[in-house]
Design a binder for this molecule. Structure first.
Ligand code: NDP
Length: 246
């Protein structure tokens, strides 16, 4: 996997992350992705990609654990692998009304959605700053821009990514490392597929473009932000929500 354009995607075994792995490898990037539990899924993704001669490799790495992330970074650096792109995608929800929210529900969401972004970005950023150019994309959510019942933990973690992105983009601009955030609205992932049909209909009605977003919608935006076509875009938080936040 040497002399290639590497992109590191956290949480690549399911949902949006899996779609990003697919899209970036098909676009010619060498993709490194992480996961925590889904070993079989990771192997299947690697196998399928490699059968099509795409360069995809998964690593089990708990992004909430700095040591685990540093171990991954050391492994890659030893092989002279420095990603030109980093997508902080891994994320979880643990919804509960705030009056009933446990400290575990609060802390695990902040750890996975926010502290992980520190762990991963901090472990890779110095080497990325040594490249001619690089790009970091943080996957936030519409819930980081507007409130959602039962999501004080999730909204807090995702809103924080906006501030993180803005400040880091200022620090890294002189190294030509761009930092942006993508904030999806409703996207057709496994989570949404569990919602009963009548509720899905209501959701669709609440979206100005009258459809639920696809994983491909998000992947297209990520590919654009990673590309030279977006070389003058940094520090931005781009909502991809069918107009919900308009
Ligand atoms: P999924 O729940 O489908 O997948 C989450 C991914 O993150 C999995 O690959 C999972 O690995 C990985 N992961 C979770 N915790 C860790 C950890 N501690 N260390 C390493 N990897 C971990 O997520 P979605 O596709 O639904 O969401 C992806 C991102 O998009 C998230 O940040 C989410 O907040 C955001 N988002 C999603 C929306 C949606 O509609 N789905 C809408 C708006 C934002 P494993 O499979 O091993 O568990």
């Amino acid at each position: 996997m040497k002399n290639k354009k590497y992109v590191l995607i956290t949480g690549g075994t399911r949902g949006i992350g899996k779609g990003l792995v697919h899209a970036f490898s098909n676009e010619g990037y060498s993709v490194i992705f992480t996961y925590i539990n889904s070993v079989d899924s990771a192997l299947a993704i690697e196998k399928e990609a490699n059968a099509s001669e795409l360069s995809v490799k998964g690593y089990r790495c708990d992004v909430t654990n700095l040591k685990s992330v540093q171990k991954l970074a050391d492994t890659l650096f030893e092989d002279d692998i420095v990603p030109v792109g980093l997508i902080n995608n891994a994320g979880i929800t643990k919804d509960a009304l705030f009056a009933r929210m446990s400290s575990d529900e609060w802390n695990s969401v902040i750890d996975t959605n926010l502290n992980s972004v520190f762990n991963v970005t901090r472990s890779f950023v110095s080497k990325m700053m040594e490249l001619d150019k690089a790009s970091i994309i943080n996957i936030s959510s519409i819930s980081g821009h507007k409130g959602n019942l039962g999501q004080t933990n999730y909204s807090s973690s995702k809103a924080a990514l906006t501030g993180f992105t803005k400040s880091l983009s200022l620090e890294l601009a002189r190294f030509n490392v761009r930092v942006n955030t993508i904030s999806p609205g409703y996207i057709d992932t496994e989570m949404l597929q569990l919602i009963p049909d009548d509720q899905r209909k209501k959701i669709k009605k609440s979206i100005p473009l009258r459809r639920i977003g696809t994983i491909e919608d998000v992947a297209s935006l990520a590919l654009f932000l990673m590309s030279d076509d977006a070389s003058y875009i940094t520090g931005q938080s781009i909502l991809i929500d069918g107009g919900m936040s308009a």
